[in-house]
Every structure is written in C-alpha cells, then in structure tokens.
Design a protein around this ligand. Structure first.
Ligand code: NG6
Ligand code: CA
Length: 504
C-alpha cells in the first residue's frame, strides 16, 4: 500500500515537473530592444563596414534578419504607439511627436501589447525612452505621475518621459521622479522660461555642445534642450551615464524575473540627439558622436545578452531588435555627425531618412533571435512593427485583437517567408505612402522638401504622384507613375481599403 502511494506521488511529481518545464518553454520570455533613430545602414549585418556593431550582428546572424522590416512611422511617438497598440498611428491624430509634458497618448481601456502579455502570465517591464505621454496634461512632477506605463500594462517602468532633448531631464520610476529632493521641487513648462534660469540661447558659454536648430532652451549637464525646467537638480540626469543607467535597470528586471516569464521593452536612447556618449565610447569610432553612441548602444545590447546567458535564459528568450525610425545626421545639435561621416551610409541603399516618406524613413533593421529554436536566415518577408502585437498574441495562444496588427509569427520565427501583402508608411504630419509587393506609391502632397525647422532630409513630398519599384530601385530615383498608370490605380484602390478599415 505504502509503496503504491509512494509510486503515485513520485509519478505525479514527475508529471508536475514535466508540466512545469513544458510550461516554461511554452512561454518564452520576450525582449524587444528598440533603438532610436538607427538606420538600416548603421548595422554591420545590414552592410555597414565602417561602423562595427558586433552585438546587433550577433542577433541578426543567429536569428532571422529581415530585409523588409518597417517601423510604422518616420518619427518616434507614432512608431512606439503602433508597437504597443497594434494600430497604425495615422488613425489617431494625436499620435505625433509629443512634448515632455504631454498627457498619456494610449487609451487605458484598450488592449496593449504589455497588457496582452500580462494576461498570458508575463511580468512586464519598460526601461528607457517612453515618449508616449504621461499624466493628464497638467502634471505635478513632484507627486505621482499617472496615468503612464503602469496603466498601459507595464508592471515595472524606469523611463524618461519623452526624448533626451526634451525636458524634464529626469528618470521616472514606477510613476515617481527618481532622486527628487523635497526642498528643490521640479517645475516644467513648454511655454515660457522660469525667471533667472539660464538657456542655451542666452548662455551659450555654458554649453558643451552647441544647438543648430531649436534646442536653445533650458540647460542641463551643459546641453540645452527643448522646453524649460527649474529645480529638481539632484534628479537631473547626466547624459554620459544614461546608457549605463538604463542597462542596469534592464539587467535588474531580468535578474528579478528569472523564474517566471517576462516581457521586457528595452527602449534605447541612442543614437537620438543629444548624442553624448560615456567617455568609454567617446572618440572610439572616428565617426563623431553619432557613431560613438551607436557603439555604446551595441555594447549595451551585448551586456544584455550576457545577462540572459548568465541566467541560462538564451534558449528561452525571443529577442526582437529594431529601430523606431530612420537615421538623421543634424537633428538640432552641432555634433559633427555629418562632418565626420566619411563613407558611412546610415540610410543603407535607401533614399531619405528620419521624417521622410521615402524608404529610409521607415525601412529599418528588424531582426528576431531565439537560440536553439530559430534557424538563422535572411528573410525578405514584409513585416511591420505593428505586427508584433498579433504575433505575440499567437505565441501566447490569445485571440488576434481587431487592430491593424497581422499575425506574422511564422515569419518572425523563420517557419514561413510569407509577409504582409501591403504596409502603410508614415512620414511627417500623418502623410502616408503605401507599399504593395515590391511597389511603393507616394500620393501627391504639397509641401517643402525639408521639415520646416531646417533639418536637411528629403520628406518625399511632391506635387506629383510617385511610384517606385523598391526591389529594382531602392533609392527611389525613377518615378514610374507615368509609365504604369494602371498600377497606380490598383494601388490607390487598395490603399483606400486599408485606410477605411482594418484589413487583415
Ligand atoms: C523634433 C526635434 C528633433 C527631435 C524630434 C523627435 C527640433 C528642431 N527638432 O522636433 O531634435 O527631437 O523632434 O525625434 O526641435 S523622435 O525620434 O523622438 O521622433
Ligand atoms: Ca526616433
């Protein structure tokens, strides 16, 4: 009798263990590493020979390297909005580059990527650049700032509110500004300066990097920013330390969650302006500040991979790496990124860059690695960051939400080469282009060749309809709209269908 119950006990324990093991494999951790303004051509695996990116290359070469991966927009907020909501950004007119005091952009009653992962039993965390608004529009930075990442579905957050060139220059950890001292409250305004506070415009002698356009307001750490801030001195970040800070936070999140499935959104701040690398990286690439901060970002990625490895999590973690929009050289500071570029081509074979409806605005590095599960390969499937939501819904056996997001899981895991039939690309001011197969249609838009504030980037806007064959002409030099009017009509009609409603 005793023997029998012992046997039953042993059997059930082993079944339990087996189940637990299976459960773990069933729910691989997911880490999204998201660069800020990194171009297709900035990565070694995508053809960069001048700038070395050994760790990004490791992900690309040991996983699936997509040659047709897209951000939904050529700027930051809209792309991030899509990543987390599964909706194209142009469906929400507020999804445009936000200031640091903007209210939360993502509705809190809608499904989001992190909420979906929470439902599947994942611990969720975001570390790095947020730029999706926080608070209700009249934030007191000395109290709890809410709603924010938590209400969007992140159990843990340590973020900057907007960008590294916008106030407030502080880290917001789980809703509270980190390191604030009671007798030095933090005040923020995007309308006017606080009396007696230095600005880049009035006090250029205090600057270690000079602004070229905009960015002439409050000064922190020798860099003038967009917007005004006063006080909160002990909480203000030091740009040189930002990479280490976010890396430590990301590593700690992983270390805390080794024994349970986790979803980490690691939103790097590089190579967005101001580009102020840690002294360990300054001058190491010969390409100026932009190259140096990319080297710094690559190092961060390597350290994160080491953390996963050390915890024995490599075989149990899907790593997705991409960028929120294409590259830009002078984005508001005279940091010699253009002068020191040499033969490096951040935009790869494409035309345009950040802010552009031309390919380089949204056609970005996109790679997925899952050690031991994914067989390394290069995939030409068209995939968009908007698809990550539906794909992870499929991974976690959940219903595909009714959004613009399409389930690309088989392609992301390399089991299929079927990508999207079409994808909408956004430039400035919600202006959109349409890719279908190898063709890109850019409708006629009035407007200048560069964004209003003087950044030298081709927006792609033209008074003429443009049609390009991206496969044959990735640099979009030969407008074929006149030659193939039927193609233009077919694409216009399909584009309208997608714009009108969700088309899966
Ligand atoms: C622009 C800023 C630019 C950058 C961008 C947002 C000026 C002149 N330019 O308005 O420097 O901050 O907004 O970049 O102020 S993004 O990658 O976050 O979308
Ligand atoms: Ca960006």
């Amino acid at each position: 009798m005793m023997k029998r119950s012992l046997l039953v006990l042993v059997a059930s324990i082993s079944i339990c263990c087996l189940y637990a093991q299976e459960k773990k494999v069933d729910k691989p951790n997911v880490v999204i590493i998201y660069a800020d303004d990194l171009g297709f051509g900035d990565v070694g695996a995508y053809g960069s020979t001048v700038l070395k990116t050994a760790n990004m290359d490791k992900i690309a070469n040991q996983g699936i390297r997509f040659t047709n991966g897209y951000a939904t927009s050529a700027t930051c907020t809209p792309s991030r909005y899509s990543l987390l909501t599964g909706y194209y950004p142009w469906r929400n007119k507020k999804a445009q580059v936000l200031q640091g005091d903007a209210p939360l952009l993502i509705p809190t009653d809608k499904i989001t990527l992190p909420k979906m992962m929470q439902k599947a039993g994942y611990k969720t965390g975001v570390v790095g650049k947020w730029h999706l608004g926080m608070g209700d529009g009249s934030v007191d930075w000395n109290k709890k700032v809410s709603p924010g990442p938590k209400e969007v579905g992140f159990d843990y957050s340590c973020v900057m509110a907007a960008t590294n060139d916008r106030v407030p220059n502080v880290y917001v950890k789980d809703g509270y500004v980190e390191g604030l001292e009671k007798d030095d409250p933090l005040q923020v305004s995007y309308r006017k300066n606080f009396e007696g506070e230095p600005t880049g415009r009035n006090n250029p002698e205090q600057l270690k990097v000079m602004y070229s356009h905009g960015h002439d307001m409050s000064i922190n750490n020798g860099v003038s920013r967009i917007g005004y801030q006063k006080g909160g001195k002990a909480a203000q970040w030091v740009d040189e330390e930002m990479a280490d800070k976010f890396l430590i936070e990301a590593k700690q999140f992983i270390n805390r969650n080794v024994d349970q499935p986790f979803f980490l959104y690691y939103a790097l701040h590089q190579p967005h302006v101001p580009r102020v690398p840690h002294p360990r990286f300054a001058g190491t690439t010969g390409l100026g500040a932009r190259g140096d901060v990319i080297a710094e970002a690559d190092w961060c990625i390597g350290e994160l991979l080491k953390t996963l490895k050390k915890n024995g999590l490599m075989e149990n973690t899907i790593i997705i790496f991409s960028s929120d929009n294409g590259p830009v050289l002078d984005d508001g500071y005279m940091d010699a990124s253009k002068e020191k570029l040499g033969n490096h081509t951040p935009w790869g074979p494409f035309r345009g860059g950040k802010y552009s409806l031309f390919e380089a605005g949204t056609h970005v590095p996109f790679m997925v690695m899952w050690k031991g599960k994914i067989k390394p390969k290069v995939s030409d499937a068209i995939v968009s960051q908007v698809d990550i939501l539906a794909s992870l819904a499929s991974l976690t056996n959940q219903k595909n939400p009714n959004t613009d997001s399409q389930n690309m899981l088989p392609s992301l895991l390399g089991e299929s080469d079927m990508g999207r039939k079409n994808v909408v690309l956004e430039g400035l001011s919600h202006r959109t282009a349409f890719r279908m197969g190898d063709w890109v249609l850019i409708p006629a838009y009035k407007g200048g060749k560069t964004p209003g504030w003087g950044v030298i980037v081709e927006t792609g806007h033209s008074a003429d309809i443009q049609l390009y064959n991206i496969k044959k002409d990735p640099n979009q030099r030969e407008n074929l709209a006149g030659k193939y009017p039927e193609k233009v009509e077919v694409m216009k009609a399909e584009f309208e269908k997608v714009k009108k409603g969700i088309v899966k």
